[in-house]
Design a protein around this ligand. Structure first.
Ligand code: SF4
Length: 439
């Protein structure tokens, strides 16, 4: 029985796909082992959002070879689709598979026998038209359920459509079947994931269903306590969806909504499909219906042509908005994107300065959001990554909570009082309330 180990870089979608591919190996009689357990085969699922992501792949391959120089190393994921030749030249790589091939890895690499040249099996992205369903299980406390893949948008800085292809989704019927499979396990929370999940519903190039239909259907699945929407474009986050989530017992009050810039000139240059007024409207709609709702924001700094004043406009826009945290990305040129051809590049030093300012704004926002939650009760899902005798978990509205480790409470939903914020910026709870109650 051959041993196989997996390593995932990047987003929740990648984790759901690695987990599904690993189950296919187990079904075929391979034994799944830890990365350090000297496996016969390494499968590395890559990301390519930034240049850094490419570098990380090379580092992981090096680590794998240190552990077992004879292991067969196969690379999949976004970097593999975008730069298969480049990866095939990395010492120790035996195979590179593209988006259309990665789910047929076992049959395509039959027997995993090393060859003098690395195998490159990566067809053009227009061939990646099939939707492969996927969900993560037994890797983390929360399950990432893939509901959509690819993207039909053309944001000027983004390579994802080139790495994952056209927007496509599974049918609601199939997704409900997966959700019921997950509900049959002891998983308490499902995170809906994809590339552009608000665009859910396109099958074989035709719109068959809508995201709100999926939300309503999955909300009926018994046995799942919490459902979280991973990230959704502002122009696809409809009033109906916000209304529905505000009334649902299972959908948690947490939206992660990419903004990218608070300056309309830059939003147009980025080819985003909204202006800042729409974003502001989404935020106020959410906060009107769910004042304690957590709102996360993606923002890019240093996009070509972004003057210091443009940046300050973004800064003040975010400073005034009642959002809870920011994911700040420093713009980096990506090959084959429109933005890479643009003039008016912002000096890297200036990009880093702006990034630093927004990261400290994010800390301030998060602290404020956590302080607003003190003195209230919330339900925490404690996770199994325990450190220094402490366990952690998220409330429904994404407040990170810490408490003394109790094995009985791992993967349990516990309603507790939010007491104070410790020096690590985590919320502490009333210990007395942390008693396990059997269901
Ligand atoms: S919506 Fe834009 S940023 Fe998001 S994946 Fe699609 S092209 Fe990329």
């Amino acid at each position: 029985m051959k041993k196989v180990a997996f390593y995932t870089l990047g987003c929740k979608l990648n984790f759901s796909e690695t987990s599904t591919i690993s189950r296919k190996f187990e079904e075929k009689g391979y034994r799944k082992v830890a990365f350090s357990d000297s496996p016969d085969i390494y499968i590395i699922n890559t990301c390519s959002v930034t240049e850094n992501a490419d570098k990380k792949c090379k580092k992981v391959v090096k680590e794998a070879r240190k552990i077992n120089a004879d292991a067969y190393v196969a690379i999949i994921g976004c970097y593999a689709q975008l730069k298969p030749r480049e990866i095939s030249e990395i010492p120790g790589v035996d195979a590179v598979l593209g988006a259309a091939e990665k789910f047929r890895l076992i049959e395509l690499l039959d027997g995993f026998v090393k060859t003098p040249e690395a195998k490159v099996l990566a067809s053009e992205i227009k061939e990646a038209t099939v939707f492969n369903n996927a969900y993560s299980i037994n890797d983390r406390t929360r399950t990432f359920l893939k509901v959509q893949d690819g993207c039909n948008y053309h944001c000027a800085f983004c390579t994802i459509p080139l790495a994952r292809g056209k927007s496509r989704s599974d049918s609601i019927e199939n997704i409900i079947r997966s959700a019921e499979e997950i509900a049959a396990t002891d998983v308490k929370e499902i995170v809906l994931t994809g590339v552009n999940i608000g665009d859910f519903g396109i099958q074989e190039g035709r719109r068959e269903e809508r995201f709100l239909d999926l939300v309503k259907a999955i909300d009926q699945v018994q046995g799942i306590d919490r459902i979280r929407i991973s990230s959704i474009e502002p122009n696809l986050l409809t009033n109906e969806t916000i209304d529905y989530v505000s009334k649902s017992n299972r959908f948690v009050p947490h939206f992660h909504v990419p903004l990218q810039s608070g300056n309309n000139k830059i939003l147009r240059k980025m080819r985003r499909r909204y202006l800042r007024e729409l974003y502001e409207d989404r935020v106020s709609k959410i906060k009107t219906l769910m004042p304690h709702c957590c709102i996360g924001v993606d923002v890019i700094v240093g996009f070509p042509g972004e003057t210091h004043d443009d940046f300050l406009e973004t800064y003040h826009f975010l400073n005034e908005l009642p959002v809870s945290y920011l994911h700040v990305f420093t713009y980096s040129e990506r090959a084959n994107t429109r933005a890479a051809e643009m003039d008016d590049a912002v000096p890297m030093k200036e990009r880093q300065e702006r990034s630093k300012m927004l990261r400290s704004l994010s800390e301030k926002k998060k602290r404020l959001f956590y302080e607003e939650s003190l003195g209230q009760t919330a339900t925490v899902l404690f996770e199994d990554d325990v450190a220094d005798g402490m366990m952690q978990g998220f409330t429904e509205n994404y407040v990170r909570v810490t408490a003394k480790y109790d094995p009985m409470l791992i993967n349990e939903l516990k309603t507790v009082g939010l007491k104070s914020i410790n020096d690590k910026g985590l919320v502490e709870v009333e210990e007395a309330e942390l008693v396990f109650e059997s269901h």
